[in-house]
Design a protein around this ligand. Structure first.
Ligand code: DAH
Length: 346
């Protein structure tokens, strides 16, 4: 299609877009317009036959059309989204006038149960259970964790930044609480545990959710602490969480900006009838979290008196809960399907 034809047809394409009734239809239109053999590419090819002095104007016109069609698609996508949500709400509306069945008692969600169980265990072992804000500043979430602005490691955290509040974000991990506890408890020894919600701009699928839970441990002292202490703590954590007498763990070298050395924590396991069982007699390894010795730059950022020693660990709680319960899809945890919720509630 030539530019001229394209210009004459733009209304036609805009109409097609605004009449699309499904995302699939929109995607097809997008391919017809923007795809490799779409109408825009065809028009772009024309540029080779155009006099040099007209090339600029040609390009501008084409880009203008491209922008227009792009906007039309975006508009329609938003409209469809609103429409589908409205439809869903209409179809799934609960009739709140119905009497509540007598046995409809509430229960605790599996994640809540796990959080409470972990907090009780660590509290009994003398750890401080600390909370941190979910809306955090770049300082606590990144800078103080040895991830200054433009540090490449920041890019691996797909961060939700707050609009209109400079330097604020939804925390991407619970490591912010490490910093907060060190800054508040400066110079003292620390044994703390923090569990809570964390956020990353991931699209929802079986293993990712934009909101998930992490658990963070930190031990700091003026007396030397080494990887042996960390390893023993991680073993205790896994044995406790999976309710087994003994676990075998493996520490693999890895990288986190806030620890040096850093490691990935694997646990020995068996896969039996498709189900994973943590066992020291296992023949496979499963990765369960990250850990390491606190980086000197982190101590420096928190103005902790030297000498100081410490280790930290961080695990994804949802993943642990899923592994323990044989749950395959993280979305189940955050759905509101009461049949599913009831099965695990207590
Ligand atoms: N903050 C890390 C993450 O979200 C997890 C983590 C790794 C925490 C190692 C730690 C650690 O405290 O030592 O990916």
């Amino acid at each position: 299609m030539s530019l001229k034809e394209l210009e004459n047809n733009i209304e036609h394409w805009e109409n097609c877009i605004s009449q699309a009734t499904s995302f699939k239809e929109l995607d097809n239109l997008k391919a017809d317009i923007f795809g490799k053999s779409g109408i825009l590419s065809a028009a772009f090819k024309e540029i080779t036959n155009i006099a040099t002095e007209e090339k600029k104007a040609f390009g501008e016109k084409l880009n203008y059309i491209k922008q227009q069609l792009d906007n039309a698609i975006l508009n329609q996508k938003n409209k469809l989204k609103d429409y589908l949500i409205a439809e869903k709400l209409k179809n799934e509306a609960e009739d709140i006038n119905l009497p509540i069945p007598e046995n409809a008692f509430g229960g605790l969600h599996l994640i809540t149960q796990s959080i409470r169980r972990i907090k009780a265990h660590y509290s009994a072992r003398g750890f401080l259970i600390l909370d941190g804000p979910e809306i955090e500043t770049e300082f606590f979430n990144f800078d103080a964790l040895n991830m200054p602005k433009y540090h490449p490691a920041r890019q691996s955290h797909d961060t939700f930044y707050l609009e209109g509040v400079q330097g604020h974000l939804l925390r991407t991990h619970t490591s912010n609480v490490q910093i907060r506890s060190m800054m508040l408890d400066r110079g003292k020894s620390i044994r703390m545990l923090s569990i809570g919600k964390t956020y990353r701009n991931d699209s929802l699928d079986a293993t990712h959710s934009p909101m998930f839970h992490q658990m963070e441990g930190l031990v700091v002292d003026q007396k030397p602490i080494n990887i042996g202490h960390l390893s023993s703590e991680l073993k205790k954590l896994m044995a406790f969480f999976f309710e087994v007498e003994n676990v075998e763990i493996r520490l693999r070298p890895s990288f986190f900006p806030f620890t040096e050395p850093s490691m990935e924590v694997d646990c020995k396991c068996i896969i039996k009838d498709g189900k994973l069982i943590i066992s020291e007699h296992g023949n496979k390894w499963i990765e369960l979290g990250g850990a390491g010795m606190v980086h000197p730059n982190v101590f420096k950022a928190c103005k902790i008196e030297q000498p100081a020693y410490g280790f930290a660990f961080g695990v994804g709680l949802d993943r642990l809960v899923m592994l323990k319960n044989g749950i395959q899809d993280i979305r189940n945890l955050f759905d509101t399907d009461t049949r599913w919720l009831k099965y695990y509630a207590c």
